[in-house]
Design a protein around this ligand. Structure first.
Ligand code: F6P
Length: 349
């Protein structure tokens, strides 16, 4: 039987654990199935431009603890172009690919899903530090981000206490507050603001005041970048740092932390500072949990390729890795459980 050639790509924002997935896919693909691999460079951009590099034992050696992605990434959306889908289908043939493994979040896997419905043999692997992909209990990268943010909160705690300040920490989370909620809970935040809830400035101020009135002279507020806060009687709006949309139509968020800090300081006269953790949350080595999850996802993905079970995404359900239709993963986002948020509110104020 002719040797099969498999393409792998990583799309969207980078994420700790991507290299663990690549390593697992290639390692098992070569040793168990005798596949040949092509690393598609910079996500869907590489598929549009036939830009690839061979991927073999040498390329995957030593990459397990490395952050980022050895394949590079982009937010290119082939379907922004007329005939973009057909170009990808055509380029699959030109690059002699028998199947494709796409590692990404809602946008990358949304493209994979559309391609699958056009008959492209593709398998998806769920990636995002935001943990907001549907159909999987966790995405890899989330645990690393939560640990980074928790450590930051611990550090900010001691300086908050020394200076008797309100410290506002802005974290990633465009549509969902998983990072804010988990790290806020782990770090003992006095208030956590997430995109799934609506807040008024007055509510935030009164929570901080309540805490200070019961004798505390510092506070920690964790806010997800996509949280919406309004003045009473006004509409809630996202805080956008700069104009422009990416190819998937997302605005660039940022600035909610400063807005909250200004409002708290103005209303209470408590000295307030802001820390925006930004891309620190996405960089660097993955935690052991993310390395193991990425490895399990990678093995399951190449097994699906071998079984010819395409149009699927590997997912974690309980402690099992299962395959679900790509369509189920991208039809809606996984938002924060209300029950878990309610639990966190016990510690507010
Ligand atoms: O999609 C993951 C994410 O981390 C979001 O939380 C955030 O809004 C976005 O990436 C920012 O990514 P970039 O600055 O790379 O466009």
């Amino acid at each position: 039987m002719a040797e099969k050639t498999i393409g792998i790509l990583t799309g969207g924002g980078d994420c700790p654990g991507l290299n663990a997935v690549i390593r697992a896919v290639v390692r098992k693909g070569i040793t168990a199935y005798r596949y040949r691999f092509r690393g598609i460079l910079k996500g869907w951009k590489g598929m549009m431009e036939c830009d690839w590099e061979p991927l073999g034992p040498e390329e995957i050696s030593g990459i397990l603890p490395k952050g980022g992605t050895i394949l590079g990434t982009s937010r290119t959306n082939p379907f922004k172009e007329e005939d973009g889908g057909e170009i990808v289908v055509d380029n699959m043939r030109r690059m002699k690919l028998d199947a494709l493994v796409a590692i990404g979040g809602e946008d990358t896997l949304g493209v994979a899903n559309k391609l699958a419905s056009m008959g492209v043999p593709v398998i998806g692997v769920p990636k995002t530090i935001d943990n907001d992909l549907n159909g999987t209990d966790y995405t890899f990268g989330f645990d690393t981000a939560v640990n980074i943010v928790t450590e930051a909160i611990d550090r900010i705690h001691t300086t908050a206490e020394s200076h008797n300040r309100v410290m506002v920490i802005e974290v990633m989370g465009r549509h969902s507050g998983w990072i804010a909620l988990y790290a806020g809970l782990a770090g003992g935040a006095d208030m956590i603001l997430i995109p799934e809830q609506k807040y008024t400035i007055q509510e935030i101020v009164s929570t901080i005041r309540k805490r200070h009135e019961r004798g505390k002279d510092f506070s920690i507020v964790v806010v997800a970048e996509g949280a919406q806060v309004s003045a009473e009687g006004k509409e809630n709006e996202y805080v956008v740092s700069e104009g422009g949309l990416d190819e998937f139509g997302h605005v660039k968020l940022g600035g909610i932390g400063q807005l909250v800090a200004n409002a708290v300081e103005e209303a209470t006269s408590y000295e307030t500072r802001v820390t925006v953790l930004g891309h620190l949350q996405r960089g660097g080595t993955p935690t052991a949990f993310d390395r193991v999850l990425g490895t399990r996802f990678g093995i399951a993905a190449i097994d699906l390729v071998h079984a010819g079970d395409f149009g699927k995404m590997v997912s974690l359900q309980g402690n099992e890795i299962v395959a679900i239709p790509l369509a189920d993963a991208v039809n809606q986002l996984k938002i924060v459980d209300q029950e878990l948020y309610d639990l966190a509110t016990v510690f507010f104020g």
